[in-house]
Write a protein that binds this ligand. Structure first.
Ligand SMILES: *Cc1c(COP(=O)(O)O)cnc(C)c1O
Length: 238
């Protein structure tokens, strides 16, 4: 069942409005919006909302918990969207993550990389796209690997033939003023550029997954290729 027509209309309007904001932000810094993937973050929202998002043409949906995603994906179908995991992944959920998701944005340890790689082999999955989540805020509570630990993780990834490293992700601390996120985004871009030169990425470009509802415009200015947006599309989470 789709949401009531007025709810669908609201989402339609927000989506249209949001597309315009992406266009405007991209154009303002001489970029094309075609190089920016909108990952619609649907965590806490019911399956009906995901259906509406798909009906409106959103193709990339993101969830932050394996359990919650599993319920929704089993209802909507594995092929209904390109499914992104954006939340911390525990190693004991790696097998389920491998069967559910197309992209894991939150790779943050060698142990998790090794585990995901082994699960891909066991589940006959040829390859899984992964982004390394870099913790640039130095906040112990947040997930992500510190930049100083990146070389170890990159070395571990070389031994993981099923994992395709496609880019980097970061989640800065929350600031009221979105411009305060800028140094984090800039640092991630510089790291990406370094890794790109060193040939660490599976694709030429090296994705930058950064920017959320309140700071995606700044992220686009700083080179984001994937923005992860929930609230601006679906409203406040309950
Ligand atoms: C919830 C979440 C988002 C989306 O946040 P909004 O502020 O609702 O746009 C993006 N990234 C991650 C990792 C999240 O957990």
């Amino acid at each position: 069942m789709l949401p009531k027509p007025d709810a669908l209309q609201t989402l339609h309007d927000r989506f249209a409005d949001f597309r315009t904001r992406i266009e405007t932000a991209a154009r303002a810094c001489g970029r094309s919006s075609a190089e920016i993937t909108l990952v619609a973050i649907t965590k806490t929202h019911p399956t009906e909302t995901l259906k509406a998002a798909l009906a409106l043409g959103m193709q990339d949906l993101g969830e932050n918990r394996v359990q919650e995603a599993e319920e929704k994906i089993s209802e909507l179908g594995r092929d209904a969207a390109r499914w992104h995991l954006v939340g911390h992944l525990q190693t004991n959920k790696a097998r389920r993550a491998v069967s559910l998701f197309d992209v894991v944005h939150s790779l943050d340890s060698s142990a998790l990389a090794e585990r995901l790689d082994r699960m891909c082999a066991e589940e006959n999955r040829q390859s899984l796209d992964v982004l390394v989540q870099v913790d640039l805020g130095g906040e112990a509570a947040k997930s992500g690997i510190e930049a100083a630990q990146l070389p170890n993780l990159l070395a571990a990834l070389k031994e993981c033939p099923h994992l395709r490293l496609t880019g980097l992700m970061t989640l800065p601390p929350y600031f009221e003023n979105p411009d305060c996120s800028r140094p984090f985004f800039k640092t991630l871009r510089e790291l990406r550029d370094e890794l790109q030169v060193q040939g660490h990425f599976a694709s030429a470009k090296g994705e930058l997954s950064m920017g959320m509802s309140h700071d995606f415009e700044v992220a686009i200015e700083e080179g984001a290729t994937m923005i992860r947006v929930g609230t601006a599309l679906f409203g406040e989470r309950g």
